[in-house]
Design a protein around this ligand. Structure first.
Ligand SMILES: Nc1ncnc2c1ncn2[C@@H]1O[C@H](COP(=O)(O)OP(=O)(O)OP(=O)(O)O)[C@@H](O)[C@H]1O
Length: 314
């Protein structure tokens, strides 16, 4: 097998329209490979198709066309092995209220055919911080505890790949830290992690590589650092020693923002200008500099740049 945990080719999904609505093409021919051992981010605005993609990987949504190989197993040829290779922590919190965490993990292990002797129920509950709730009814668990249980359920069959769909949406800091600690630990042990998140800072911090999806297509896929480097704009912020003059002659294409704290933020293209040109313009305007620093682009800039474009004609 290759070094890819996931290989997706020409993946399409069209949902049939209901009540006279037209059909919805949620995925329009996705090609994507996800390397083994990575923490891979799947980003995109609402409705981009991320959940559809994840649900196809999880075997919950049937694709319209294309090929999906999970840990080398083609979903159509080896559905059992491909399902056994992946664990998914879904977004929704609905679960059977009459199961205890211990019971829920046992049932899940049974579904995946994990023999009793190989079940790690208490280890998993300990890992997600639910060992003291092992025998509490699910209906008495808080939202955060239910999320912990969903993570535990995704791990019962010790999958090679763990998929987390918006794991930290609306959770408190403690739970978020618990989640990321576990994700890093599992990744250190060799597990491939795929996650969607709306928190771009989080994606920037956690993910080695990122694919951005928009209108059912992959618009870009690269290492996180390369994505950020693609943004050519950079900002030089100057704190003047005293009030700044209203007129400052700037090189063409440089934008000036006067900030509330009195600082001047010059945004320029790294390809066209050097910071020295700006400092010269500032000096020529008679401004004395008290402090100066630069602001780099971040993932949010990349994301906005790539997803703000008007929808392409069908
Ligand atoms: N069961 C369904 N029937 C019809 N259309 C659907 C169905 N599920 C999703 N869609 C449509 O497919 C498109 C992609 O939806 P999807 O949920 O995959 O996006 P998403 O990127 O996960 O968005 P979000 O971040 O809001 O979860 C959307 O236009 C959505 O309305």
């Amino acid at each position: 097998m290759t070094n890819n945990a996931i290989e997706i080719e020409g993946l399409r999904k069209t949902y049939a329209g209901s009540n006279g609505e037209p059909d919805k093409e949620a995925l329009k021919g996705i090609d994507l490979t996800i390397p083994q051992g990575s923490i891979f981010g799947l980003l995109g605005p609402n409705g981009a198709g991320k959940s559809t993609l994840i649900n196809i990987l999880a075997g919950l949504v049937v694709k319209t066309d294309g090929a999906v190989r999970i840990w080398g197993f083609d979903q159509d040829v080896n559905p059992r092995q491909s399902r056994a290779s992946i664990g998914v922590m879904p977004q929704e919190l609905n679960m059977d209220p009459f199961f205890t965490p211990r019971g829920a993990l046992d049932v899940q292990a049974g579904l995946y055919g994990v023999p009793r002797a190989q079940r790690r129920t208490m280890d998993i509950l300990r890992m997600v911080g639910l060992d003291d709730k092992a025998d509490a009814y699910a209906r008495s668990l808080s939202g955060g505890m239910r999320r912990r249980l969903l993570l535990g359920k995704a791990l019962v069959h010790n999958p090679h790949i763990l998929v987390l769909d918006e794991p930290t949406a609306g959770v408190d800091i403690e739970l978020r830290q618990m989640l990321w600690q576990n994700v890093r630990r599992l990744n250190d042990q060799g597990m491939t992690i795929i996650l969607t998140t709306h928190y771009l800072e989080e994606a920037q911090e956690m993910c080695d590589e990122i694919a951005i999806i928009n209108h059912g297509e992959v618009v870009i896929r690269d290492e996180t650092q390369n994505l950020i480097r693609r943004i050519d704009a950079k900002t030089l912020v100057i704190q003047p020693d005293g009030p700044a003059p209203s007129d400052i002659a700037l090189p063409e294409g440089v934008e000036l923002e006067r900030r509330r704290d009195g600082s001047l933020a010059f945004t320029y293209s790294r390809a066209r200008h050097a910071p020295g040109d700006l400092l010269e313009a500032v000096r020529d305007a008679g401004i004395r500099i008290r402090d100066v620093f630069t602001e780099e682009a971040n993932l949010e800039d990349v994301f906005l740049d790539l997803t703000r474009a008007p929808r392409p004609a069908a």
